[in-house]
Design a protein around this ligand. Structure first.
Ligand code: ADP
Ligand code: MG
Length: 312
């Protein structure tokens, strides 16, 4: 198989997204940005052995390479439309390529994303995806809009993906659950779009809440208090580890791909009804403060300390 056979056979599929004037096959793709919208672009690279364990199945790599990019778009409040894919492969292994493409297009179809182009090289396994999304002009949600008094929320459950990487997970009866949470993250696209006009800031959680909230603090010139007792832990994680370990995983382990966002207190009711209308659950875990510190307050309310020193 030469380069063109691979592209034709595995990647040139009619996409499920709209707005493609010209897709794969020419020197470049052509897309239509509707009037009144802005284009939102995100790019992430996954390197074999660095961003996913060597044991990761090809279909999961395909899924995750797109999912982590859609998670970035979700954090901006953008609706995903198109993607480009740069694939560096040690060899043209047909069954690997088939599985990779299946996982990639499963994620793409779920969110109506069309693959419109890419590149193919020989070398150590590396997958780069650029995702393209749309947002009504001026409505992208950034990291810099949080103000003191805003409530901090997260979507879903935290810490499951981190636990999937812990050695103890091997003996867990919920091993498949944790592995799925690591290998097949679900980008919170609908939630991100629903947060337009409500969230004052947002970020997606790729490195753990304690680290990622600091990006909002830095960009918004503010501090934060996180309440450990409010961190949303899944039932499998609660049964696998003690409370302290659960909180630590939720705060410091990566790969959750949930959203963290801030909302002013007087918008909390609007947020609740909008989340209820799309059937999503979000949890308030803390508050934005006027200091520059990140405070982690334990559930009993007695211990609190700066996360700068403890989670650096
Ligand atoms: P050139 O090297 O002349 O720029 P390429 O061989 O890189 O052309 O690409 C040919 C066409 O196939 C282009 O439309 C390109 O976007 C597309 N393409 C290349 N690699 C991929 C890939 N991994 N996935 C999807 N489309 C790809
Ligand atoms: Mg090229």
């Amino acid at each position: 198989m030469n380069e063109f056979d691979i592209i034709h056979r595995f990647f040139n599929r009619p996409g499920s997204g709209d707005g493609v004037t010209l897709g794969i096959g020419d020197d470049a793709a052509v897309v239509r940005v509707p009037p009144g919208y802005e284009l939102v672009l995100a790019m992430d690279t996954l390197i074999h052995g660095v961003h996913f364990p060597e044991s990761t199945a090809a279909d999961d790599i395909g899924w995750k390479a797109l999912a982590v990019n859609l998670s970035d778009l979700a954090a901006m409040g953008a609706e995903p439309c198109w993607a480009t894919l740069s694939l560096t492969l040690p060899e043209a292994d047909e069954s690997w390529l088939q599985a990779f493409a299946d996982g990639f297009f499963e994620m793409a179809d779920k969110h109506r994303v069309s693959l419109i182009g890419g590149d193919l090289c020989r070398g150590p396994l590396t997958v780069t995806v650029q995702a393209h999304g749309l947002v009504p002009a001026g409505q992208a949600i950034t990291r810099h809009g949080a103000v003191p008094g805003d409530l901090i929320y997260v979507t879903g459950h935290l810490g499951d993906a981190g636990y999937a990487l812990a050695s103890a997970v091997a003996g867990s009866s919920d091993y498949a659950y944790f592995r799925e949470r690591l290998d097949r993250p679900q980008p919170r696209v609908r939630t991100g779009v629903a947060l337009r006009g409500i969230a004052s800031s947002a970020i997606d959680l790729s490195d753990g809440l304690a680290g990622d909230i600091r990006h909002i603090m830095k960009a918004s010139y503010c501090g934060a208090v996180i309440e450990a007792g409010r961190l949303p832990l899944s039932e499998p994680l609660r049964s696998a580890v003690d409370e302290e370990t659960g909180s630590r995983l939720a705060l410091t382990s990566g790969d959750d791909y949930e959203l963290c966002f801030t909302v002013s207190a007087d918008q909390a009711g609007t947020l609740e009804s909008r989340m209820a209308s799309i059937g999503e659950t979000v949890k308030q875990v803390g508050k934005i403060t006027a200091s520059s510190d990140l405070i982690f307050r334990a559930a009993d309310g007695e211990q609190h300390y700066s996360a700068y020193s403890h989670f650096g």
